[in-house]
Design a binder for this molecule. Structure first.
Ligand code: FAD
Ligand code: NAP
Length: 313
């Protein structure tokens, strides 16, 4: 059945940014509607231990997101299981169409649709995700103290991750399919000077090799892209750092973006290029991509929306 619901603030996304915006917007008596999307709870529902959420020495990612959802609900946020398939920001009120058939009209919109790490698409990569294969050094680097690690990629992310991982690993091998890095020169300099890092040019990951009980990585097989020759590198961790894709499909032709699709916001705020539309979390953040920074931006977005709505009255 199709129906239309109006709200002062529509929050799209149910990761740390969306739920935090839900808490703040509810406490500001804005009676927000939050649409969860296809992944209620967002990226953290795909991981196990989270050890850097303040106040919790260790918490399972899915549990943390259940807690955030309950918190937002308890504050009065109307949380809806729906997926926004179309968003019209050309006029106010803004109009969002849900897959359920519901149309949402909103005076202000908070976008919190997150981002996704890009993966190579190998079956063995998939098989060991969360068990030695990761796309987030900040999240998982700590688990590889004293171990050998490989990083795949040649951009800023790969080089930053390789440098960061030297804080834990005994050795980091950066594997890149060419012999030229995209990363900024200053990062390249640091990479080359770091005694714990080795580079392997013109190679691709061919297979992740590991054990099933206990599940874990033991080595990788790499392929020389010029000769086709394969070889094995022993390692306990494989960090795939070949880029991220922000989930900006809904707004990509409507809002200004940066760094390949991240929603641009006015520095120090969550205001996008359209008045009344705010963006928070990984969708706009190319640098930090953390739960706590996303939550912080969710808070900012709700406060920015509250102030903007007050100015309209
Ligand atoms: P996300 O969590 O990506 O949530 C996006 C939300 O948008 C989802 O709910 C999705 O359903 C919704 N959505 C998308 N499109 C639509 C649509 N069209 N309509 C409605 N809803 C939509 N960070 C840490 O700080 N510590 C960690 O230990 C940590 N570990 C991680 C482990 C893994 C495996 C991964 C992948 C990430 C990890 N991160 C960690 C990063 C952290 O998960 C992200 O920084 C954070 O989740 C980003 O929050 P977000 O709210 O911006 O978006
Ligand atoms: P990126 O710049 O797109 O680099 C991706 C890297 O992965 C490239 O080296 C690419 O190889 C490689 N790659 C892509 N697909 C691959 C595949 N299938 N197999 C093997 N290798 C593959 O991505 P990013 O490093 O995540 O950076 C994204 C954006 O964020 C950039 O604008 C970057 O500047 C910005 N960023 C900035 C900072 C910072 O300022 N400190 C930090 C992180 C990110 P090729 O080079 O051969 O294409």
């Amino acid at each position: 059945m199709s129906d239309t619901r109006h709200t002062k603030v529509l929050i799209i996304g149910s990761g740390p940014a969306g739920y935090t915006a839900g808490v703040y917007a509810s406490r500001a008596m804005l009676e927000p509607i939050l649409v969860q999307g296809m992944e209620p709870g967002g990226q953290l529902t795909t991981t196990t231990e989270v050890e850097n959420w303040p106040g919790e020495t260790e918490i399972q990612g899915p549990q943390l997101m259940v807690n955030m959802e309950s918190h937002a609900r308890a504050m009065g946020c109307d949380i809806v299981l729906d997926l926004i398939s179309d968003l019209d920001l050309s006029k106010r009120p803004f109009v969002a169409k849900g897959d359920s058939g519901t149309t949402y009209t909103a005076d202000a919109v908070i976008l919190a649709t997150g981002a996704r790490a890009k993966w190579l698409g190998l079956p063995s990569e998939d098989a060991f995700k969360g068990f030695g294969v990761s796309a987030c050094a900040t999240c998982d680097g700590f688990f590889y103290r004293g171990q050998e690690i490989v990083v795949i990629g040649g951009g800023n992310t790969a080089v930053e991750e390789a440098l960061f991982l030297t804080n834990f690993a005994s050795k980091v091998t950066l594997i890149h399919r060419r012999d030229t890095l995209r990363a900024e020169k200053i990062l390249q300099d640091r990479l080359m000077k770091n005694p714990k890092i080795e580079t392997l040019w013109f190679h691709e990951l061919d297979e992740v090799i590991g054990t099933s009980d206990p599940k874990g990585v033991e080595a990788i097989r790499v392929k020389n892209v010029k000769t086709g020759e394969t070889s094995e590198i022993p390692c306990k961790g494989v960090f795939v750092a070949i880029g991220h894709a922000p989930a900006s499909e809904l707004v990509k032709d409507q809002l200004e973006t940066h760094s390949g699709g991240y929603v641009w916001v006015e520095p120090g705020t969550t205001r996008t290029s359209i008045e009344g539309v705010f963006a928070a979390g990984d969708l706009t953040d190319v640098h930090y991509r953390q739960a706590v920074t996303s939550a912080g931006m969710g808070c900012m977005a709700a406060l920015d929306a509250e102030r903007w709505l007050a100015e309209q009255e």
